[in-house]
Ligand binder design. Sequence first.
Ligand SMILES: *Cc1c(COP(=O)(O)O)cnc(C)c1O
Length: 384
Amino acid sequence: MKGTNLDTIPFIDLPEQFRALAPQIRAAMDKIFDDASFIQGPPVREFESAFARFCRARHCVAVHSGTAALHLALLACGVKPGDHVITAPNSFIATAEAIAFCGAVPRFVDVSPVSYNLDAAQLEHAITPRTTAIIPVHLYGQPADMDPILSIAARRGIPVIEDACQAHGATYKGRPVGTIGSVGCFSFYPGKNLGAAGDGGAIVTDNATIADKIAMMRDHGSHRKYEHDVLGHNFRLDSIQCAILSLKLPHLDNWNEKRKDRARYYTERLQDVAGVAPPVVATDRQSVFHLYAIRVSDRAHLEKQLHANKIQYGIHYPTPIHLQGAFAALNLKEGSFPVSEQLSKEVLSLPIFPALTESQQDRVIETIRLASKNLPPLATLGNT
Ligand SMILES: *Cc1c(COP(=O)(O)O)cnc(C)c1O
């Protein structure tokens, strides 16, 4: 299969998504420029109500990134300096960063070796008298096991904030993520399942008080111009991004279905390949496969073969958050969270996007099958 005339298989194909909607997007841009309604214009409110409907949430507040959404959700839930906030160590850094920027301390709970999401069985003993929020992450698009997390949190009156930045449209026991906990946080970073043409984010909630606080805090603590009731920041999302997101949103369910089809195709063909393990989705959940991450026993070997066959891939994530330099002050050593640490050495994300073709996938699968001849058996996850 090796050859210089192979086309590159991209990890994601953003230009393709924009090309399909280009005429509508250009017309929407013309209107915004004609009206000069760049900030908090009608497109913002239109997108907020459309996204709330999509999530079956009462309220949506658009903000300028997923990180801002997490930050404001924590503040609106009353998280203060010195508080403890529980989350998983195998997420993108933003989850823990948002906690730290509230002056709170991230307290990590290791993840389930099956779902790679926060292990509810280990949650109880991580709670302290200073714990004021819990942030499960719906990693790769698969919802975390919310029911046990919510029941432990509810007994202590601790709010649960969902990091749904990778899971737009995913469902847990038939409910869309975002309003299963107190607040849901989304990112519209271009590569996400619903992506803007730049940065973007949103919170959704059924709680009017929380929605109102966040709406004020994203705009300098103000409801009316030059009246500032509380301290806020400039975390607004532009009309331009909201107009683009509103045009893309009606396609999201269809795009998610295509991702699920592509994921099924991979899983059926990688199930029996030695040295690799496809992802497992619990039967009570629907993953929207923001990422399709396999485990592989010798990642460096597979990386070489993918590279030689012009197949792009990703690693999500090569370093768990507790071992990042930014969190060195927490003094958490290697060995603290064995499942997350082992995953960081084994996971590899294959190309997945709605327009991925079966022939592209066949080349990825064939490359993995050939590489697997030189792969040692996969170790049991978390068996240390
Ligand atoms: C993308 C992402 C974020 C941050 O979103 P931004 O819009 O990039 O700020 C937070 N958490 C997770 C799990 C993410 O994937």
